[in-house]
Design a protein around this ligand. Structure first.
Ligand code: BGP
Length: 465
């Protein structure tokens, strides 16, 4: 008789958003410009500094002024945790100041207090696809080793300020995405004729040192703090069983796992040397960098899982997955955005990661973005319920496989601006927001069918899916 598959009783159910995709108020109360504020077509399309086109990140869904109402609904669903990010440029508008912006600090004090009044634990991403624009434009962002100092001053400020309110932290969102979206993912601009991978791996090294220093600082300032590494780790399969497809896909996967290898194992893996040699990369390291990285590894691995893609040998890739470089998987359905739905792949990835690191995992992003329609005043998003249901079932299997899974924060419990496209019509939420791609709407919130379904999932700890 199979023992009933169940989630641990202390499983951390919740939802996840990011400051730049939800808050709006992009220049309010002293906030400085961030890289996201200059990307009207989404974070994949890079900086458009002088564009006058509508940038939906500027007002997003106005979480800055609606957070109390939204948190009340997250509490109604029974959230145990809620992940969001602090906008670095709210705290240090240019990034290199010595004194923080008090109004920025106050906002997050109020936000975390609101969560805690409902017994919801905040999970805070320190840098989620946005860096103060001044640091990037004037100082080269993470290419410049000085950015470590600015980031650590920012960390010391928020750890000290929120030490009694926040114990779950994440250093960088999807740090491996510096490959595919270097400006959003790594706060760097790749110049004309610059060696792209030299820039990416040098910046990554600075981010690794900053992560180690931040982990050390966090544990010194906040008792029982948990500092997580976080990567984008949807699945990637060989396009065919041809050994070339298989091996090149393995290399591609490892180019992502390189980041978690360094952050969780604490050393640069030997396979990276061949990649660096091949691309003329020479990473400058200083003093006790490697000792810091070795000593202060992350406590857990958070990752985003949405889909799986395929890779065909010989297909040029910009980054770690580079999207679907092979043919679409004929065994999988796709969302209206062409993301292939692969719940079994989540079980695979959970096992892959737990076998590799033997550290707790946290599914910190998973969700379905699609074009929800209001029909007769209702939004019947059965497709979203089905998407989540099949993924939760595979998570239970992974737990039964022996994987230590800390929790699940559904990506976008409320509609927010897409990172990939800068649009609002790609909706993820259990809560609909009346605002469209043209920036029109009342910001009114409306529960979708999935709202009460997810509430029941949490109430029953995922028992009857
Ligand atoms: C991840 C990001 C999130 C979120 C998600 C969904 O890479 O960490 O910020 O945006 O992708 O992607 P999109 O918003 O493009 O649908």
């Amino acid at each position: 008789m199979n023992k009933t598959k169940s989630f641990p009783k202390d499983f951390l159910w919740g939802g996840a958003i990011a400051a730049n995709q939800a808050e709006g108020a992009y220049l309010e109360d002293g906030k400085g410009l961030s890289t996201a504020d200059l990307m009207p077509y989404g974070l994949m399309k890079g900086i458009q500094e002088n564009s006058t086109d509508l940038n939906l990140y500027h007002e997003a869904v106005d979480f800055y002024h609606h957070y109390k109402e939204d948190i009340a609904m997250f509490a109604e669903m029974g959230f145990k945790v809620f992940r969001t990010s602090i906008a670095w440029s709210r705290i240090f508008p240019k990034g290199d100041e010595l004194i923080p912006n008090e109004k920025g600090l106050e906002f997050y004090d109020n936000l975390f207090d609101e969560l805690l009044t409902y017994g919801i634990e905040p999970i805070v991403t320190i840098s989620h696809f946005e860096t103060p624009w001044h640091l990037v434009k004037e100082n080269g962002g993470w290419k410049n080793r000085k950015t470590i100092d600015h980031y650590i001053r920012y960390c010391e400020t928020i750890f000290t300020r929120y030490k009694d309110k926040v114990k779950y932290w994440i250093g960088f969102n999807e740090i491996n995405n510096i490959h595919t979206i270097p400006t959003a993912g790594g706060g760097i601009l790749i110049e004309e004729n610059e060696n792209r991978l030299q820039a990416i791996y040098q910046a990554s090294h600075h981010m690794f040192v900053a992560s180690a220093l931040a982990t050390k600082l966090c544990q010194e300032i906040i008792t029982d703090a948990k500092m997580g590494a976080m990567l984008s780790l949807s699945g990637v399969y060989p396009n065919t069983c041809h050994p070339d497809d298989v091996f090149e896909t393995y290399e591609l996967r490892r180019r992502s796992l390189f980041f978690s290898d360094v952050l969780l194992r604490g050393t640069y893996p030997s396979y990276i040397n061949r990649i660096w040699d091949k691309h003329g990369v020479q990473v400058k390291m200083e003093g006790n960098d490697l000792e810091l990285i070795k000593k202060h590894t992350a406590d857990y691995l958070g990752f985003s899982y949405y889909r799986s893609t395929t890779h065909k040998a010989g297909t040029p890739i910009l980054g770690h997955t580079g999207g679907i470089t092979g043919t679409p998987n004929p065994f999988l359905e796709s969302t209206s955005w062409g993301w292939q739905i692969d719940s079994k792949g989540l079980r695979y990835v959970c096992n892959e990661l737990y076998d590799r690191y033997q550290k707790p995992l946290f599914i910190i992003e998973n969700g379905m973005g699609t074009n929800d329609e209001i029909v007769n005043g209702e939004i019947n998003d059965d497709y979203r319920i089905d998407y989540i249901k099949v993924h939760l079932k595979e998570m239970k299997e992974a737990i039964d496989d022996g994987v230590e899974l800390m929790g699940y924060t559904y990506w976008g419990p409320i509609d927010i601006v897409s990172a990939g496209t800068g649009e609002l019509k790609k909706r993820y939420g259990f809560i609909y927001v009346d605002r469209d791609n043209e920036g029109k709407g009342t910001f009114k919130r409306l529960k979708k069918k999935s709202f009460n379904w997810y509430k029941k999932v949490i109430e029953t700890n995922g028992a009857d899916l």
